[in-house]
Write a protein that binds this ligand. Sequence first.
Ligand SMILES: Nc1nc2c(ncn2[C@@H]2O[C@H](COP(=O)(O)OP(=O)(O)OP(=O)(O)O)[C@@H](O)[C@H]2O)c(=O)[nH]1
Ligand SMILES: [Mg+2]
Length: 299
Amino acid sequence: MSDQTRCGFVALIGAPNAGKSTLLNAMVGAKVSIVTHKVQTTRALVRGIAIHGNSQIIFVDTPGIFSPKRRLDRAMVTTAWGGAKDADRVGVLIDAKKGLDDEALKMLESLAQVKRPVFLVLNKIDLVKRDQLLKLAEEANSRSAFERVFMISAETGDGVEDLKTWLAGEMPDGPWLYPEDQISDLPLRMLAAEVTREKLFLRLHEELPYSSTVETELWEVKPDGSARVEQTIYVERESQKKIVIGKGGQTIKAISTAARQEIAEIAEHPVHLFLFVKVRENWSDDPERYREMGLEFPK
Ligand SMILES: Nc1nc2c(ncn2[C@@H]2O[C@H](COP(=O)(O)OP(=O)(O)OP(=O)(O)O)[C@@H](O)[C@H]2O)c(=O)[nH]1
Ligand SMILES: [Mg+2]
């Protein structure tokens, strides 16, 4: 093997819930991007860094692509396409169980705007039969020109290593952009806000996950090595605040406990987590909230 290092960006795009964040985490070997069974979990670009041989591969997780309605939706979808346009390679994920539904077809149609080499990833192959997969690959191939097709399960890891090996060989020559031990570009306080948002998504239902956002306001390291972390959960209405708090504070307590454990693991020191719920009627029209999320504010 030569000493020449390689480094490049690989954007993962696809409909909501296709498994982009799961794949990014599998590639990095650690949880960098939050994952839930709900659609539209990821809201901004999340970079996860993997190393394979002499190659540093910077995976860019993107929000799912769908027909946007609200301002936040628009910001997410624009961000996703933006992430793809800047990458050396673009991986399009399709949920093999869902196949080419309307959402996937629309996304494939818009793919022409990405002037980058694109590879196809049929994900969730643990859920479908082989002959169904081959048919799906054929159908997808007839709609768009893919460099390669991979069939993987981001969840079980099946096929993930093959994809990584191929990508490592495709990265352009160049110096590594991140230190060898860095796995994400998200600052700890942002990662911590994402963890809490994940727990919110897992615990709350209907429109609530989509009507809320989380920000870390304070991260204060104490002399004993622990940290006091304060976060605000923004919701749109007083009635939503009540649901987030729950009867006798049960819901917020459960969210807080789950989030605290995970944040402490990531930070590698004990964390005292304080969650505050604030009603901010039009937070999704407030440019400041978008800045905090790392999103462009759509006019
Ligand atoms: N069975 C199975 N489930 C998977 C696989 N990959 C992802 N999932 C599940 O699919 C759901 C969505 O995964 P995510 O990684 O959050 O999907 P995403 O594409 O990032 O979704 P958005 O951020 O909403 O766009 C989660 O419940 C995952 O556990 C897979 O290979 N097999
Ligand atoms: Mg995601």
